[in-house]
Design a protein around this ligand. Structure first.
Ligand SMILES: *Cc1c(COP(=O)(O)O)cnc(C)c1O
Length: 373
């Protein structure tokens, strides 16, 4: 028995529910293949020139990476036309969430966030002894007026996941713009835009131009999603240089590994690959949602590479046993809802076939039950 008292703030915490690995599922259900549609990775992988650049940089693995991530910062500042001082690179954008709470949350400080949203915000708030103030979504969308109402003198940070994970929805641009204008400058507004490149709606706010005007605005983006580099762990933040300065105090010295830096630099050069993936994704999103619509299934309109589907009957077990690894949402309190990452047309067709099967089996069952009663 361990006799060491845990840090008080984390005593009541649970660790992130990682779920089954594809290998574990294949064993359990005796499957030959699994379609991994649970973590919103880019089904099309990464740009081919990235693999080449990694191979060419394999000779230097005995050296520490560049702790300043100079080349990647330089490339990103040119990409966005920003000053290098307005950028920071993280071991995934998840690390940047942690650095933000580490640097800015004192015990007892409040942070406002949506219920439900990306679970890492709350976890990191809690670890620092902060209080997460959760505001229910309105129809799957951040309820900005209600979030604004929750601001108190103790509020330190507001998280807005746009598009939101797990619902895939965006907040309307005018509404978000006015929200940013209204929130006092001593409260950090963290806009997590992990799925930015997938958005096609013109009702989406372009946030980067607002950085110069709003010293409290932080934008998080990542190479894990459309850039297809989730396995390497690299994300970035765009914000006022004074915030970057504070985050540097709490970051690990060599937080972004060498291959991740190389890969990200190369990935930025191939804009066509990103546009092509976004385009394919848009077609698949429409294909899947048209089916859901036709079959009367509830879902949230997505601006991402995943869809939140809400069935009033159990489907998740059946999907998983058929080799479709989807994200269960029990963690968020839903038993019959799930999130599915869009796949190729073939993946999506196969997935919808299983759903069709479940629907027709239910129709037969309901028919039988009707006859019995
Ligand atoms: C996937 C995801 C991230 C990305 O995390 P990384 O650490 O960059 O891999 C961040 N925020 C949201 C909402 C996500 O869904």
């Amino acid at each position: 028995m361990v006799k060491i008292q845990t840090k008080r703030a984390i005593e009541e915490m649970t660790s992130y529910p990682l779920g089954f690995t594809p290998e574990e599922l294949m064993n359990q259900y005796h499957l030959k293949t699994i379609r991994k549609m649970s973590d919103n990775e880019n089904i099309y992988g990464c740009s081919p020139n990235v693999r080449e650049s990694i191979i060419q940089n394999m000779q230097k693995l005995f050296l520490y990476p560049d702790g300043k991530t100079s080349l990647l910062i330089q490339k990103l500042s040119a990409f966005y036309n920003l000053n290098a001082e307005q950028l920071i690179i993280g071991n995934g954008s998840e690390e940047l969430i942690r650095l933000l709470t580490r640097a800015f949350i004192n015990p007892g400080d409040e942070a406002v966030l949506a219920d439900m949203t990306f679970p890492r915000y709350e976890a990191n708030i809690v670890i620092e002894g902060g209080i997460s103030v959760k505001v229910p979504l309105a129809n799957g969308v951040h309820d900005l007026p209600a979030m604004y109402e929750k601001i108190t003198p103790r509020t330190k940070m507001i998280f807005i996941c746009n598009p939101n994970n797990p619902t895939g929805t965006i907040v309307e641009k005018q509404e978000l713009y006015h929200f940013i204008e209204k929130v006092p400058e001593n409260i950090l507004i963290v806009l997590d835009e992990a799925y930015y490149e997938y958005v096609t709606s013109n009702g989406y706010l372009q946030s980067v131009p607002l950085i110069d005007k709003h010293s409290n605005l932080v934008i998080l983006r990542t190479f894990s999603k459309i850039y297809g580099l989730a396995g390497l762990r690299v994300g970035y933040g765009i914000m006022n240089s004074n915030i970057v300065h504070e985050l540097h105090k709490v970051k690990d010295v060599f937080n972004v590994n060498q291959l991740a830096q190389t890969a990200a630099v190369t990935a930025l050069e191939n804009k066509d690959f990103i546009l092509d993936c976004a385009d394919k994704n848009d077609k698949e999103r429409i294909f899947v949602c048209e089916f859901l619509e036709k079959n009367g299934l509830n879902y949230y309109p997505s601006q991402t590479n995943f869809v939140f589907i809400y069935c009033q009957f159990p489907v998740v077990e059946k999907l998983i046993s058929n080799g479709f690894l989807v994200r269960e949402l029990k963690y968020h309190g839903y038993t019959d809802a799930f999130r599915i990452t869009l796949g190729t047309r073939e993946d999506n067709k196969a997935f919808l076939e299983v759903i069709s099967q479940i629907i027709s089996e239910r129709a037969v069952e309901n028919g039988n039950n009707a006859r019995k009663s």
